[in-house]
Design a protein around this ligand. Structure first.
Ligand code: 13P
Length: 255
């Protein structure tokens, strides 16, 4: 049984004080239970505050939105895996479509970061997904296969087990358009098949695959009950503590 993993990608939102206000409400709404794993992914500057406020919780972890692959050095403006680790960060989102489109990240760059994450015992959340043009051309599987094979090059079964994949169709991000549950399930099943080709079926069966792209309280249940959808990576709706709490509750076995 794969435990659902629901993550709040705050993107470039939430100062430290806003993060504190969010958590005060969110922790009241949600009980720290062990049926769903929750990850809060703040901007770097709010990570220390969020980590401090979550020290007592078991199933709410802290993630980062990006990092560089080197341990230290003359890389102005970058943050290293070791720096994140010291702030009790457990997960790191890598290859988000905004990083790929706005900051020019390639599969090769994502792959370097993925390996750097394992070295520092951080669990990568590797994002893949097609644009609208690629979907209309019938290229969804080709794009997903290329991104997975490139981003996960030389990743073994043991490491893949520690990895989360996020399927985020670019056309569904921040647009209010969601992939239908059937479309999302189809892509997730294809991703799992590709992971099995990269390692083996038993490993692929254990990897959690999140859906991301306009997940809201009213569509979360349908998406999260698909057989290969093991969680959600939530942008806009994760900025409101009550909405995000509702999405987390939709991920519980009886949600
Ligand atoms: P939205 O939920 O705002 O569509 O963003 C999805 C996303 O990019 C999460 O990483």
């Amino acid at each position: 049984m794969r435990k659902k993993i629901i993550a709040a990608n705050w993107k470039m939102h939430m100062t430290q004080s806003e993060s504190e206000a969010f958590l005060t409400t969110f922790l009241r709404e949600i009980e720290d239970n062990d049926t769903v794993e929750v990850v809060i992914v703040p901007p770097f500057t709010s990570i220390p505050k969020v980590s401090e406020l979550l020290t007592q919780t078991q199933n709410i972890k802290v993630g980062a939105q990006n990092m560089y692959w080197e341990r230290s050095g003359a890389f102005t403006g970058e943050i290293s895996p070791a720096m994140l680790r010291e702030l009790f960060v457990r997960y790191v989102v890598l290859g988000h479509s905004e990083r790929r489109a706005i900051f020019g990240e390639t599969d090769e760059i994502v792959n370097r970061k993925v390996h750097a994450a394992y070295e520092e015992v951080l669990r990568p959340i590797v994002c893949v997904g097609e644009t609208l043009g690629q979907r209309e051309k019938g290229d969804v599987e080709k794009v997903l296969s290329t991104q997975l094979r490139g981003s996960l090059a030389n990743v073994g079964a043991k490491e893949l087990h520690e990895t989360v994949i996020a399927y985020e169709p670019v056309w569904a991000i921040g647009t209010g358009k969601t992939a239908s549950a059937a479309e999302a399930q189809k892509a997730h099943a294809f991703i799992r098949k590709t992971l099995a080709e990269l390692t083996d079926e038993a490993t692929a069966d254990k990897v959690r695959i999140q859906y991301g792209g306009s997940v809201k309280p009213d569509n979360a249940h349908e998406l999260l009950t698909q057989p290969d959808i093991d969680g959600a990576l939530v942008g806009g709706a994760s900025l409101d503590p009550r909405s995000f709490a509702q999405i987390v509750k939709a991920g519980a076995p009886n949600g």
